[in-house]
Ligand binder design. Structure first.
Ligand code: ZN
Length: 161
């Protein structure tokens, strides 16, 4: 017999361990239902304050680099493409396409997490809202909607265009 497979004999001598489900604790209280989803207030960094102030007015801003011309998201003072500090705010059209999406949560609290690529070229981590999950497709056109957060700025989300 080969000596380089020591686990085979161990497993064979304890067949009672194989396929036996872990014991479930019976005194664990049932988890309460999640309830309707609440959107947490976004954490606002100073460099992104104009982004959130614009969100309060129903406008979506992205950052564009004056030196290299590329847009980026999330908003930063320094261009992530060329490290220039010469960046400016640009009003986005609020139109884009679904890059990918996934259902999250359960019951009343379920929501659809997604990456949406804006027509301005940046891809945002966001949610798809006010839509039928089963009817969503990658590449579908979507438009911006703002949803209120829990005591903070409204949050940009998307719905089928
Ligand atoms: Zn740049």
């Amino acid at each position: 017999m080969s000596t380089n497979q020591p686990t085979a004999g161990v497993l064979d001598s304890h067949p009672e361990r194989i396929g036996k489900p872990a014991e479930k604790p019976t005194d664990k209280p049932a988890r309460p239902p999640a309830g309707p989803r609440r959107i947490p207030a976004p954490r606002v960094l100073p460099e992104a304050l104009p982004f959130w102030e614009a969100a309060n007015e129903g406008r979506l801003l992205v950052k564009r680099c004056v030196d290299c011309g590329q847009t980026h998201y999330y908003p930063r003072d320094i261009c992530p493409h060329c490290l220039s500090a010469n960046t400016e705010w640009l009003d986005a059209t609020g139109l884009g396409t679904i890059y990918t999406f996934s259902p999250m949560g359960k019951d009343e609290a379920r929501y659809t997490l997604a990456y949406v690529t804006l027509d301005e070229g940046v891809t945002m981590l966001t949610n798809l809202v006010d839509c039928d999950l089963a009817a969503l497709t990658i590449g579908q056109r979507v438009r911006l909607v703002f949803k209120p957060s829990d005591g903070g700025y409204p949050v940009p989300m998307f719905t089928p265009a």
